[in-house]
Write a protein that binds this ligand. Structure first.
Ligand code: TRP
Length: 438
């Protein structure tokens, strides 16, 4: 038997996992969802869900991957028997579905980047509409989608160390530095305070009973942490036995949340500083940032163009470190299950994902629906993982964590949450989301 590949270092794994977590969901989804009325209540719910529900599930996904050393398709069977087979398939198809629409969004990001770099920013409302048109309709969408999938595939084909870890090592530190610099710069804008108020401090307690706010907070927590469909199973299956998983889970989720908040501290001040940006905020739920930001920034001339190029460049790199994690799920599963070579698995998966992404590329309404539906699958996946590891394979959990010296109290706390808190809370989130969507 061939030896399973391993991360070169502990940091390689942490950066790759953080790279998976930090993506368009942080740079764009977080701000967008907070602005849908939830405001500070959305943020508070998000943090609570991460702490109470997501952290234990995150550790469980890692344990599932590391203790079995299997791909997301086969790990559930290895841990708890063949009755869990369907769960593996849900993981594989959900990852393909998410990457299908994610690649379209990445394509828009790439188009916006190139457009800002070569043609400049739209200064008026008319130009803004033209800008959206050239970015998100027609052949440029397919070009962007293909370009994004192609880059994703080229990284994944190079394997864990040579592809995924290598990319994460240089891009993640760069990304953190950039988002911090941009947030500091945005703090000097005239609308900075108004922006923070709009984003972080808009308190409206009635939002606690708003189903949409609750659904968005659950969806965002799972989506942003890449949770519920086996990404962390895949990544942790290449991990050595000594890495302290609970610590790493805390690190990964703190990095992820910080980038989400920092990104909002970049976008909201820009939106509040330049009136033309607010005018450009359209109806369409996805296009908002892609138009409003460049349009607002155009007021600053060359400096604005530089900021736009940096922001969308940053967003694209962040998206790439996420998309590779999504592709790794079907790829590692095909290799594991059918003994395919990595090349073959990558080509097959990418073509399949391109095809199922076509409807999303043609209509942003389809894209939005796809995203909402897949958020439900993430919750369902998270629920199943909590049940699997908390109840059916809890020995695996104890043994694996005892092996990496995590404290007994920490383990007991995690397991308690996993058994008694995560499943009912996720079930609640699922039911609320279903009701709200229907
Ligand atoms: N977390 C990434 C983001 O915030 C996207 C992502 C990567 C993802 N892998 C995932 C979302 C798995 C859900 C499940 O953009």
């Amino acid at each position: 038997m061939e030896m399973r590949e391993q991360w070169r270092s502990r940091w390689g794994f942490v950066l790759a996992a953080a790279g998976s977590a930090v993506g368009l969901g942080n740079l764009w989804g977080f701000a967008y969802k907070a602005s849908q009325g939830g405001g500070a209540v959305f943020l508070l719910l998000y943090v609570l869900i991460v702490l109470l529900v997501c952290l234990p599930v995150l550790v469980s996904e890692m344990v599932l991957g590391r203790s079995t050393g299997k791909s997301p398709l086969l790990a559930p069977i290895a841990a708890a028997g063949s009755a869990w087979q369907p769960m593996g398939w849900v993981f594989v198809f959900a990852s393909c579905g998410i990457l299908a629409f994610y690649a379209v969004l990445m394509g828009w990001t790439a188009d916006t980047f190139f457009h800002s770099l070569f043609f400049g920013l739209p200064g008026t409302l008319d130009e803004a509409n033209e800008f959206v048109g050239s970015v998100s309709t027609g052949s440029s969408v397919f070009l962007g989608q293909l370009f994004s999938l192609f880059l994703t595939a080229s990284v994944v084909v190079a394997g864990i160390r040579g592809g995924i870890e290598r990319l994460a090592r240089w891009s993640m530190p760069l990304l953190f530095a950039l988002v911090i610099i941009l947030a500091i710069w945005a703090a000097t804008l005239p609308g900075a305070i108004a922006g923070y108020q709009e984003f972080l401090f808009k308190v409206d307690f009635s939002q606690f009973s708003n189903l949409k706010t609750i659904r968005l907070a659950f969806g965002q927590a799972f989506f942003s942490l890449s949770l519920g469909i086996g990404i962390m199973v895949a990544y942790a299956s290449y991990l050595d036995k000594r890495s302290p998983l609970p610590k790493e889970a805390v690190l990964i989720s703190s990095l992820d949340t910080s980038v989400g908040i920092l990104a909002g501290m970049v976008t909201f001040p820009i939106l509040m500083s330049f009136p033309v940006a607010k005018d450009a905020l359209g109806e369409s739920f996805v296009k908002t940032l892609f138009v409003a930001l460049p349009t607002g920034l155009s007021s600053l001339g060359l400096l604005g163009q530089l900021v736009a190029v940096l922001f969308f460049g940053l967003a694209f790199i962040a998206a790439l470190t996420s998309s590779i994690s999504l592709l790794e799920v079907p790829v590692s599963s095909l290799i594991d299950r059918f003994g395919w070579t990595r090349d073959k698995a990558v080509i097959f998966s990418s073509v399949f994902i391109f095809l199922i992404g076509i409807p999303a590329a043609l209509s942003d309404k389809v894209l939005g629906n796809m995203a909402s539906f897949l958020d439900l699958l993430l919750l369902l996946g998270g629920f199943l993982i909590a049940i699997l590891i908390g109840w059916f394979a809890s020995r695996v959990f104890d043994e694996d964590l005892a092996g990496c010296n995590s404290s007994f109290r920490g383990r007991r706390y995690l397991k308690f949450m996993l058994r008694w808190v995560s499943p009912p809370v996720i079930a609640f989130g699922l039911i609320v989301s279903l009701i709200d969507l229907l």
